[in-house]
Design a protein around this ligand. Structure first.
Ligand code: GTP
Ligand code: MG
Length: 224
């Protein structure tokens, strides 16, 4: 696990906990992965977003309660088929994943299921996976646009042991709830110990990136 946990520390009173986790977003192109991240990190939405090239990196910190802060290091991958082979680089060592589909596009759930299978076979064995059915606003305004019934996706998520939310990056519905539910499921209590030690007290390597509270960058280009 690439989780890191700090008790107290500079600027943090003793008794507070700070944990850092790697999160990866996967899913078919145009389902709204980057839009969900943009909503979560900057509380913004673009009607016309360009497709991600390679992957984008962003961070966001949330307070779970008065004494627990969770920082997500987010890899927003590109859904276009030509970038598929890059994905293992981003989900390797991820603590959690959001697999996104578009509730108005039936094929996007099949693609999401394929990603879940790949994660369950090849990613970290304790990875926490959330399934997000995005573009909820489109069916709220026109129910005939719905291609995937909530109950169908919910049942699949239950069987595959996934968190499940229908979201709208456009209206922000359930976006914060999605990331908060993931944070609540992460192994915060096991992840204690000095900085640089992971959930099982195993050194995880050195993070050479500078610390920022809400930074963003890119691998192979960023469109955020
Ligand atoms: P790739 O980077 O190609 O993998 O796509 P992506 O999954 O990152 O999709 P992106 O966030 O770029 O969104 C694709 C399009 O869908 C954009 O035009 C967004 O404005 C639109 N979109 C994303 N989320 C929503 C949503 O919740 N509701 C609506 N109505 N449109 C959305
Ligand atoms: Mg994108």
């Amino acid at each position: 696990m690439a989780a890191r946990m700090q008790q107290g520390g500079p600027g943090r009173p003793t008794g507070t906990r700070f944990a850092q986790f790697k999160l990866v977003l996967l899913g078919e192109s145009a389902v709204g992965k980057s839009s969900l991240v943009l909503r979560f990190v900057k509380d913004q939405f673009d009607d016309y977003r360009e497709s991600t090239i390679g992957a984008a990196f962003l961070t966001q910190t949330i307070a779970l309660d008065a004494s627990t802060t969770v920082k997500f290091e987010i890899w927003d991958t590109a859904g276009q088929e030509r970038y598929k082979s890059l994905a293992p680089m981003y989900y390797r060592n991820a603590n959690c994943a959001v697999v996104v589909y578009d509730i108005t596009q039936a094929s996007s759930l099949d693609k999401a299921k394929a990603w879940v299978k790949e994660l369950q076979r090849q990613a970290n064995e304790n990875i926490i996976i959330a399934l997000a059915g995005n573009k909820l606003d489109l069916v709220t305004s026109d129910p005939s646009k719905r291609a995937i019934p909530t109950a169908e996706a919910e049942q699949y998520a239950r069987e595959a042991n996934l968190l499940f939310f229908e979201t709208s990056a456009k209206t922000a519905e359930n976006v914060r709830e999605l990331f908060t539910a993931i944070a609540q499921k992460l192994p915060l209590d096991q992840a204690s110990g000095p900085r640089g030690l992971g959930a099982r007290g195993v050194r995880q390597g050195v993070d050479l990136r500078p610390e920022t509270s809400a930074s963003q960058g890119a691998m192979g280009g960023c469109n955020c």
